[in-house]
Design a protein around this ligand. Structure first.
Ligand code: TXA
Ligand code: MG
Length: 336
């Protein structure tokens, strides 16, 4: 299968991946790599991102190559604060309201791209809109401040794989394909940012994530619109491919019972019928969706590594961060 056909071929040039500590020297080295067109993975409060200078098309192309990401899937531009975001996007009243309430934090706003933005077209994959985010992680914030330019960053995994919540996960997928990883430990939120499009009409939820829908709706004073997939149009959130966030093993949801050859992902105190000596992990023994979100991708990786062909997942409530968890698990379970 050729790389041009699938977009997932191994077309990234080999390079030595530096491990950088998340101290002043490491952050300075990472900023210098970004400024010279390099690719650097860095922690955010959600998951690790694979960053490159969003104004440098060649650098952004290196992200797509390293991930093996289809080129129609646009990237989020990360900026240090709202003032910087306003230089790249056009914010309506709803967007401003959400930015002021939830930034820095796990919220991405898709807004019309500002005409003066230097963000290159490869970041938006040809769309007129731009995804912007101000992350709330000390290492990400220091890096963005030090490099002084918008940083395009998808999750730092091979395309279609589970998002990384530790530097070791990044290296497992991308060692030898990126210039550096800044190791800031485990990411606290564990699922990606919530994405809301503010494109003139009512705000639309494109992806549930680290800011619960309920918090956004409370701030807006009304319900978010749902994204309407339209086969004839460019998809609103083209990255929301049905099969995404996929471990190698198959994933089976809402498992009321399990078979001896399955690995099992539990939540709370619920015990499926047939549970005995299987490889099993509990997302949150106490039944907290916040704790479960932080553990989700790491536990999927560990169960996947245990070699079972199927991971059976116990029922998970869909309120709060549970909506993002269930969304990611559905994608992991989708046929591929
Ligand atoms: O938490 C996160 O959002 C992480 C960290 C690194 O910031 N990033 C992340 O990026 O999850 P990525 O590339 O894995 O997912 C970004 C999603 C994709 O589904 C993409 O299609 C969507 O955002 N997106 C980006 N720009 C868009 C745009 N202009 N219109 C619609 N969707 C957009
Ligand atoms: Mg991703």
């Amino acid at each position: 299968m050729g790389a041009a056909q699938t977009g997932t071929g191994d077309d990234a040039p080999r390079r030595t991946t530096r491990r950088l500590a998340a101290d002043a020297a490491g952050i300075a080295a990472a900023a210098a790599l970004l400024a010279s067109g390099g690719t650097v993975a860095f922690p955010t409060e959600t998951v690790y991102g694979l960053g490159a200078d969003a104004t440098d098309a060649a650098a952004v192309a290196a992200i797509y190559a390293a991930k093996g990401r289809p080129s129609f899937n646009p990237l989020i531009a990360h900026v240090p604060d709202l003032a910087a975001a306003l230089r790249h996007g056009v914010f309506d009243a709803a967007a401003l309201r959400l930015a002021r309430r939830f930034w820095p934090g796990p919220l991405t706003l898709v807004v019309p791209k500002a005409s003066g933005s230097g963000v290159c077209d490869l970041v938006t994959a040809g769309l007129d809109s731009l995804g912007l985010r101000v992350p709330d992680h000390p290492v990400a914030r220091a890096l963005l401040a030090a490099c002084g330019r918008p940083v395009a960053a998808p999750s730092a995994n091979r395309s279609g794989r589970v998002s990384p919540t530790e530097a070791a996960h990044v290296l497992g997928d991308l060692d030898g394909r990126i210039d550096a990883v800044l190791d800031g430990g485990a990411t606290p939120v564990g699922v990606e940012s919530t994405i809301v499009a503010c494109l003139g009409g009512p705000p639309v939820l494109l992806r549930p994530g680290g800011v619960p829908r309920e918090a956004i709706e409370a701030e807006l004073g009304g319900p978010l619109a749902a994204a309407v997939p339209d086969a004839d149009d460019a998809p609103l959130a083209p990255g929301m491919l049905a099969s995404h966030y996929a471990p190698r093993a198959g994933v089976r949801l809402d498992a009321a019972s399990v078979s001896p050859d399955e690995a099992v992902l539990l939540f709370g105190s619920f015990r499926p019928h047939g549970l005995s000596g299987q490889t099993q992990l509990n997302l949150s023994p106490s039944g907290s969706v916040v704790e479960a979100a932080a553990n989700l991708f790491g536990m999927l990786r560990r169960l996947d590594g245990a070699g079972a062909t199927t991971i059976a997942v116990a029922p998970i409530p869909s309120a709060g961060l549970g909506e993002a968890i269930v969304d990611r698990l559905r994608r992991a379970a989708a046929p591929r």
